[in-house]
Design a protein around this ligand. Structure first.
Ligand code: HEC
Length: 205
């Protein structure tokens, strides 16, 4: 009798621990259901033949579409002016990135334009050409801006990431460092392909 009772307690403890371990990470304000380790593994695979190859754009950018520039100089000016801060939906606070933005675990904050905010709120849709998401990336202190990652959909068809303009700009004391700028950047689209039409974040509640 005592033995059985102890066993039950032990099982209850296991089940509770397992539930906390699985459910807690998914219940945070983060996006898709993959955990940070899966993103890390994927990142290593994507850069296995060099960062330079992985961040090359595969196709011409094509005509700029939408309201966020896809010419990198204009985009940088747009970002510095903080124009995306007018987007209707954004995370209220920063949170730790599960992706390599700008390093794993660094604070980030996402801004969703009206088109993406609408399509993300609907089931099973793709995003409209011309729509954009801007992500602010911060240094460890959580308040010093480190740069931006931007996705702008330039074609109706995402076409394995070629229909998106991917860019990541890191601020430095001198010229900004352009990590990526172009359509079909494999590093970005490879990891983002598990999102909803390439967008990994969910709308903030
Ligand atoms: C190894 C995975 C990984 C790679 C590589 C990656 N990202 Fe992300 N990205 C994420 C994750 C995870 C999020 C969700 C928010 C977070 O945790 O930072 C995200 C969020 C974003 C967002 C906000 C919209 C969204 O989809 O949630 C943008 C914009 C973005 N990434 C751009 C880029 C660009 C540009 C590149 C290539 C230079 C890139 N990402 C490469 C994992 C990745």
């Amino acid at each position: 009798m005592t033995f059985e009772f102890e066993n039950k307690i032990r099982w209850a403890a296991y089940v509770t621990a397992a539930t906390v371990a699985f459910v807690y990470p998914l219940s945070t304000s983060f996006s898709s259901d993959a955990n940070p380790d899966e993103f890390k593994k994927q990142f290593e695979e994507l850069i296995s033949d060099g960062l330079e190859k992985a961040t090359k754009s595969t196709t011409d950018t094509g005509a700029a579409m939408g309201h966020v520039p896809t010419e990198i100089g204009e985009l940088f000016a747009y970002l510095k002016e903080g124009k995306y801060k007018d987007f209707p939906v954004s995370d209220k606070e920063t949170y730790k990135s599960r992706g390599p933005h700008a390093k794993f675990g660094r604070p980030v904050r996402v801004f969703f334009d009206a088109a993406i905010a609408k399509s993300l709120s609907m089931e099973g849709t793709t995003h409209a050409a011309g729509s954009s998401v801007v992500k602010e990336m911060f240094k460890k202190d959580g308040t010093t801006l480190d740069g931006w990652a931007v996705m702008t959909k330039t074609r109706e068809n995402s076409d394995k990431g070629k229909g998106w303009f991917w860019s990541e700009i890191i601020l430095t004391d001198a010229e900004p460092k352009i990590v990526a700028a172009g359509n079909g950047v494999r590093l970005c689209s490879g990891c983002h392909s598990r999102g909803k039409d390439f967008v990994l974040s969910k709308l903030p509640k």
